[in-house]
Design a protein around this ligand. Sequence first.
Ligand code: 3PG
Length: 209
Amino acid sequence: ADPRVRAVLKLAPVIPVFTPDDIDDAVQVAQALFRGGLPVIEVTLRTPRALEAIKAMVEAVPDAVIGAGTVLDAAQMQAVKQAGGRFAVSPGATPRLYAAARDADLPYLPGVATGSELIVGLEHGLDTFKFFPAVQAGGAAMLSAWHGPFGDVRFCPTGGISAQTASQFLHLPNVLCVGGSWLTTAALMQTRDWDSVERLAREAAVLAG
Ligand code: 3PG
């Protein structure tokens, strides 16, 4: 297993999932989240300037751990590494993606939603996964059930989780942290409400099981 993955997931109870648009705004978001006590950020590669945003965030907040989400192919994996991203997250995984993460030497958090996907991940030497989409794929009850056969595996559930429901997941013995986009909603971005982003981070940073 790659111990760097769990080390990242243990830095904070919540990993904000952020889809960047404007580069300056992305820097503001990184600063606000970091000030609020959330050093780990998953920046999704869903917009044309996402890699540029990662670069700018890494430069502006060097003590934060900026990674990329929605990594769908090997080329993106290399691009994330070159942009200075510290980890990569996928909504699923393939043998090519596992190999690409190894080639890029990037800590990799692949998404799983079934037992077979999880076992494929184990076969590739990983033991820590994103459970995605967490609520839609079975929620906390699913993770409880997985703790039996996969007792040594740990998760970052993401998808449909809110500030109100995060604790349901965080109290599970096999959950290290949760991911969610509630700290950087479109409304907060439109109003450039960095104070609210920081406040939401501050609240998320003290969430516990
Ligand atoms: C992701 O890519 O992890 C999800 O878009 C985040 O899920 P959420 O928007 O339901 O928090």
